[in-house]
Design a protein around this ligand. Structure first.
Ligand SMILES: C[S@@+](CC[C@H](N)C(=O)[O-])C[C@H]1O[C@@H](n2cnc3c(N)ncnc32)[C@H](O)[C@@H]1O
Length: 202
């Protein structure tokens, strides 16, 4: 089922497809997923709408911005008939999550802010997107590194991390995963041929 009137960047559609491919291979009756920096809830809702399997999906959707959380809640109410359970949580990345959730996520997904604040963007993007959604310190890699450093302890053994990134910092992101002992680390190109995603297992 395609969601009506729902904005999903073309690149982020690929993040949804990569996630669905992983979910299909898991062969579990219950699959736990977390989306970090969920924004409008577009990734969880798209996964929930497009998933065709029999497993019970439990999706946790995290954001720190009150504005984003308000939109996420409105969208969840709009699509309340979707089967998988989606829980919205206010947290800065993993900071406010219940520690009982440690080691339980089969899939960690994130499209975090990853742009260097000195990068020039078209006015349509920089004026209408909140800066918390776009820019990150350390030339764009600060939030991505925080997620990579923390995610492993929240993942099941063999769980998968998929993170969207900027081609400019992709090799640094890969090195951060290697430093943190992830396995099967892979850079994946988007529909425009740019290195855009990193996939790794815990
Ligand atoms: C690039 S947007 C992605 C939104 C949506 N997931 C998508 O793919 O369209 C990044 C999101 O990360 C959120 N964010 C930024 N800093 C955060 C933090 N410290 N903890 C949680 N979320 C954060 C922003 O509010 C924003 O919703």
């Amino acid at each position: 089922m395609k969601l009506k009137n729902f904005m999903l960047r073309v690149e982020t559609e690929k993040l949804v497809d990569l996630s669905l491919d992983i979910i299909k291979t898991l062969g579990k009756s219950e699959i736990r997923i977390i989306d970090l920096g969920t924004g409008s809830l577009c990734i969880p809702l798209s996964i929930a709408a497009e998933y065709k399997g029999d497993a019970v999906l439990k999706i946790y959707a995290v954001d720190f911005s009150d504005g984003a959380l308000e939109i996420a809640k409105e969208n969840l109410a709009k699509y309340s008939k979707l089967k998988p359970s989606i829980q919205i949580i206010k947290s800065s990345w993993f900071d406010s999550l219940d520690s009982k959730l440690k080691s339980t996520f089969d899939l960690v997904i994130s499209n975090p802010p990853y742009l260097d604040k000195d990068v020039s963007l078209s006015r349509s993007v920089s004026e209408f997107e909140p800066h918390i959604a776009l820019f990150s310190e350390d030339k764009g890699s600060f939030d991505t590194n925080l997620i990579i450093n923390e995610a492993k302890s929240w993942m099941t053994a063999g769980g998968t991390l998929i993170i969207e990134t900027d081609p400019v910092i992709a090799l640094k992101v890969l090195a951060e995963c290697e430093k943190n002992g992830y396995k099967e680390i892979e850079l994946i190109r988007d529909q425009f041929g740019e290195v855009r995603f990193l996939k790794a297992t815990a």
